[in-house]
Design a protein around this ligand. Structure first.
Ligand code: X2W
Length: 282
């Protein structure tokens, strides 16, 4: 018999215990703008999400879209500036952020999942007051820090067979206030409030690396804290690992930081022995 065929059959068969383990599990997937890639990569991501739903997982997608926001701000002649990994968001910029995230990016993902045969529904942190924020830091303008989470809407959607796709835009405590929330922060807050079984942070790096540049496959939260303190974890990996630590504190069972550019990274992580990326768990 064809060797490839046997390998494929074996891979499918080996996935069975993982499918059984994750049946009914809530898996929050953060899909970052840098992991989105071209239409083909988007279609592959969408198929993976639909496959998860098909085998009884409740996938919840929280997306970013930083590069797409930069594009439109550029075209409008509005300058983009980041402080500690977060966009300084003026009243003018927050309108663009909402248009891009809740409009273009959210609907592109929704459409891709629906094209793959799923039933996706796109919302933002504003819908049903899912995520209520206060200003994170006066220096950042309209950047929100989640202070109140109302995640029942997400349970209602996944229990009805839908796949929620969430844009990280939120309401404030005052009327008519809009906040731009970092995508990782939003995904962590949502996963924490849901006490999700897994939070997958899909990004454009292979995972958390040690001092020699090797990707660590399993890390204890104490080790992450030590690596942040001694500078081994630096730059954009700081907010990601801090999000992971907060989510674990709130009751998420494990957080995985993985390379969304690797085809089917999420499936490899969930359904194979070797997994993918760096798993953080106590
Ligand atoms: C982000 C929201 C989008 C995001 C921004 O304005 O770019 C803040 O920085 P990625 O693709 O996941 O980076 N918000 C406050 O997080 O996108």
């Amino acid at each position: 018999m064809d060797r490839d065929f046997v390998t494929t059959a074996r891979t499918l068969s080996e996935a069975l215990p993982y499918m059984q383990r994750y049946a009914g599990a809530v898996v929050v997937v953060k899909f970052g703008g840098n992991a989105m890639g071209d239409d083909e990569a988007m279609a592959e991501f969408a198929r993976d999400i639909v496959l998860m739903k098909q085998v009884g997982i409740h996938p919840v997608v929280v997306h970013g879209g930083g590069p797409m926001i930069n594009d439109l701000l550029d075209r409008l002649g509005i300058e983009s500036r980041f402080v500690r990994g977060k966009r300084v968001t003026t009243a003018e910029a927050v309108q663009v952020v909402e248009m891009v995230l809740s409009g273009l990016v959210n609907k592109r993902i929704v459409q891709a999942i629906n094209d793959a045969g799923g039933r996706a529904i796109g919302i933002s942190g504003k819908d049903d007051d899912l995520m209520v924020c206060e200003a994170d830091d006066p220096e950042l303008g309209f950047v929100g820090r989640p202070i109140e989470m109302n995640v029942q809407i997400i349970r209602d959607l996944y229990n009805a067979g839908l796949i929620p796709v969430i844009a990280p835009v939120a309401t404030g405590m005052a009327d008519n206030e809009t906040f731009n929330v970092n995508g990782d922060t939003a995904a962590g807050a949502i996963a924490g409030a849901l006490k999700a079984d897994r939070l997958l942070l899909l990004t454009d790096v292979a995972g958390v690396k040690d001092g020699q540049g090797q990707v660590l496959t399993q890390i204890h939260p104490d080790q992450v804290r030590a690596m942040i303190a001694d500078g081994t974890i630096a730059g954009g990996m700081i907010p990601k690992t801090e999000t992971a630590l907060t989510a674990l504190d709130q009751g998420v069972r494990a957080v995985v930081i993985l390379d969304g550019r690797v085809p089917h990274a999420a499936l490899l992580e969930l359904f194979t022995e070797q997994g993918a990326g760096s798993l953080i768990r106590s």
